[in-house]
Design a protein around this ligand. Structure first.
Ligand code: SF4
Length: 398
């Protein structure tokens, strides 16, 4: 697959209106306000037409404009000519022994992305991707080995959700939560992810409670600040994974641009409303970031943040040379942190046998790129004032 340079990626907050006049523009590339503006400009239609179309498509599942019967016949015909409604073809679906399902969805221009329906004791969580590959270069993550290929369009993100909703009927289940923790760094693809979120939480769109959606980030500070004032009220998770800049730089190159002090400062300044939760994720890599000193430093680092900690024992199946700590040791960390007054949970990997667990997602035929140079490009693209130079060691797995 031909990869795009970062400068070729969408940066505008305008929707990517793709498609020629003859094939139509992609209906899923708009949020409701943008669709209303488009309809007004193209057809002189009032704003409530966008609400009606959203209602039919996202709430009722109607994909044929001819069946949107509360819209005037002539406008319906015009809409059918103006828009296309693409679906994400399921290229493969694997089902784990534990009930977790991994989907490989086709996307535009011949690419593919993975989404995971994670089976948990009392609920299911949908994990979606925001990019093809990822340029953040985290040493413990297989997606990083693919390098950065491109951002997903808003439509390609929404199509994952709609594709899983459709297939869930075959299993008589449905997700209760959505996490942006699949392939890619969501806040690197800020505009498209935000637009997808606005459709997901729109009462006339997919009407998912913002409390049920979590966006995870490595800590792109300017994007976190923008997220805080965006008005999109979903939860945020920070992938922390170290208590010193030295170790975090080795594990997560982004630390060179945004050291821990700056990241934690941005989190402290983040307006966390009553409903919005902040989660600190900590992938435990035995002998790397799980020392007694780390356990002493972690509560101090997050002190005063309205956050819970999610411990994630490293999944050795990711095959990147790290070790997982014992279950007893992970529970010891949980006990100590809980005694310090920090709500601490443990996330055990699901879907390990189908490579669907945390850190395992990587579309196999795309595992080609070298992450070292990609991470440098991405750091530059996010405007990082960084100490990285071209000879720097970016991660222990580079
Ligand atoms: S952990 Fe997330 S941000 Fe880091 S390389 Fe993997 S997908 Fe990218």
């Amino acid at each position: 697959m031909e990869s795009l340079t970062d400068s070729e990626q969408p940066t505008s907050s305008q929707p990517q209106v793709e498609g020629s006049q003859s094939e139509g523009v992609d209906l899923l590339s708009f949020n409701r306000a943008e669709l209303a503006a488009f309809l007004k400009e193209r057809f002189g239609a009032p704003a409530y037409r966008a609400e009606q179309i959203f209602q039919w498509f996202y709430r009722e599942g109607v994909q044929d404009f001819a069946q949107m019967t509360n819209i005037a016949r002539e406008l319906r015909q015009n809409l059918a000519q103006a828009f296309r409604i693409p679906e994400a073809p399921v290229l493969s679906r694997q089902i784990s022994n534990d009930g977790t399902r991994k989907y490989l969805f086709g996307v535009d221009r011949g690419g593919a992305v993975e989404s995971v329906m994670i089976k948990q004791p009392k609920r299911m969580t949908l994990c979606v991707s925001s990019q093809i590959g990822c340029g953040m270069g985290c040493a413990f993550c297989r997606t990083a080995t693919m390098g950065f290929h491109r951002h997903l369009a808003t439509s390609e993100i929404l199509r994952q959700v709609l594709g899983v909703v459709k297939d869930a009927k075959n299993f008589d289940d449905m997700f209760q939560n959505i996490v942006f923790m699949g392939m890619g760094e969501p806040l690197h693809n800020f505009d498209n992810v935000m637009r997808a979120l606005s459709v997901l939480v729109d009462p006339k769109g997919l009407a998912i409670s913002p409390r049920k959606i979590t966006v995870s980030t490595v800590g792109l500070v300017p994007a976190i600040e923008k997220f805080g004032t965006s008005g999109v009220d979903v939860n945020l998770a920070i992938s922390l994974n170290a208590t010193t800049n030295e170790i975090r730089e080795e594990l997560m190159p982004i630390t060179k641009a945004f050291p821990l002090e700056r990241l934690i400062g941005a989190l402290r300044a983040l307006p966390v409303k009553g409903r919005k939760k902040l989660t600190i994720e900590y992938v435990m890599l035995h002998g790397v970031n799980d020392s007694a000193d780390d356990l002493r430093r972690l509560p101090k680092l997050v002190a005063g943040l309205p956050a819970k900690i999610n411990l994630i024992p490293y999944n050795t199946n990711a095959g990147l040379g790290f070790e997982t700590p014992s279950e007893d040791y992970v529970r010891h960390w949980q006990d100590v942190l809980t005694r310090k007054g920090i709500n601490t949970t443990i996330r055990w990997s699901k879907g390990q046998d189908i490579d669907a667990a945390c850190g395992q997602l990587a579309v196999k035929n795309l595992e080609k790129r070298k992450k070292h140079s990609i991470a440098l490009n991405v750091l530059e693209s996010v405007g990082a004032q960084t100490r990285v130079n071209s000879n720097a060691t970016l991660s222990s797995a580079s």
